[in-house]
Design a protein around this ligand. Structure first.
Ligand code: ATP
Ligand code: MG
Length: 325
């Protein structure tokens, strides 16, 4: 086993995930799609690591691999210094108390036929961590912690607003007091007016319970303010990882610059003089050779079409995969 740095809580090493997919007019042709293509990334204890990238770049797949919800085609996962990628079902079940996920759409992730009380009691009962008599108390406490009321335990998910439902999703994730929370676009499905409230709640809970977050979003504007570091993903690969402050000024990866240009700018004096990202993302079924971003990159040169740039250090704690940086 490779020695992992002390500060690391979650370590991903060379992760690859390929899916066999049906293509062609009748869906009879089978091809391999590489959703995650050699990702190495560390999430440090106590930090918020934002993971951003356009739809389909592999963020959710990476999140599922990190939590053992799917097995990688190659690569390894470490948690608290231990390799966990080889664990069996029982091992993962035990580990799942320490790492939890908040999904994008609480409507799909909460069972509509169960009361909120039953939904929140489930983790306690499955893992047998508290006696049956205590469960009611723990559920009431969880509801208060996420800004709901104990009486809400009797209601069903559809009787809540989107923001309240996401609070229930968060309460369920926190039930067993995990160390790591993977939040997969936790506010994307919510009204803009509610997004900030849910984000604030997540940040308060992080402080109260000393959590570590891997926070997935397609919108760089959402993660910039809450992340300690940000990782940018493009077509299955990490193209940049750096402290959030680095994203305030160049130099950065041309794709990151394009994402920033597309995001609403809080400070109108800030100008990056970069055109918003044009063109379409290539399909992970047919990724372009060389740098995967080169067909859309305003700065692309010959080398970019030929060789994939490695993720290399270009500043303090700043990794970037670009031949021109
Ligand atoms: N179970 C699966 N079978 C086949 N292909 C899949 C599967 N899951 C994901 N993919 C494909 O892998 C690629 C990455 O998908 P993924 O859902 O990880 O992207 P994402 O970055 O989370 O996108 P979004 O922002 O839309 O949530 C996509 O091309 C997707 O179609
Ligand atoms: Mg996703």
């Amino acid at each position: 086993m490779s020695a992992r740095p002390q500060v690391e809580l979650l370590g991903l090493e060379g992760l690859v995930k390929r899916y066999r997919v049906a293509t062609g007019f009748l869906g009879t042709r089978k091809r391999w799609l590489t959703a995650v293509d050699g990702v190495s990334l560390s999430v440090r204890r106590g930090e918020v690591l934002g993971l951003v990238g356009e739809s389909g770049c592999g963020k959710s797949t990476l999140a599922r691999l990190a939590l053992g919800l799917e097995a990688p085609s190659a690569g390894r996962v470490f948690f608290a210094g231990q390799e966990v990628s080889g664990l069996d079902r029982r091992g993962w079940r035990r580990l799942r108390r320490r790492m939890q996920i908040v999904f994008q759409d609480p409507m799909n992730s909460l069972n509509p036929r169960m009361t909120v009380g039953a939904i929140l009691a489930e983790p306690f009962l499955i893992h047998g961590v508290v006696g049956r008599r205590e469960v009611g108390e723990r559920v009431a406490r969880l509801l208060r912690e996420v800004g709901l009321r104990p009486e809400h335990a009797r209601r069903y998910p559809h009787q809540f607003s989107g923001g309240q439902r996401q609070r229930i999703g968060i309460a369920r994730a926190l039930a067993l007091r995990p160390q790591l929370v993977v939040a997969d676009e936790p506010v994307s499905a919510l009204d803009v007016s509610v997004q900030a409230q849910v984000l604030n709640l997540l940040m308060e809970l992080k402080e109260s319970f000393r959590l570590t977050y891997l926070f997935v979003a397609h919108d760089l504007a959402v993660v910039r303010h809450i992340s300690d570091r940000i990782a940018v993903m493009y077509l299955g690969r990490i193209v940049e990882v750096a402290p959030a402050a680095v994203f305030d000024r160049p130099p950065m990866h041309p794709y990151t610059a394009a994402l920033l240009a597309a995001a609403p700018v809080p400070d109108p004096r800030r100008s990056l003089s970069v055109p918003p990202v044009g063109g379409e993302v290539a399909s992970p079924l047919d990724p372009p050779p060389g740098c995967r971003f080169h067909p859309r990159c305003p700065e692309a040169e010959d080398i970019c079409r030929l060789a994939a740039p490695p993720l290399k250090q270009i500043g303090p704690d700043h990794l970037c995969a670009c031949h021109l940086r």
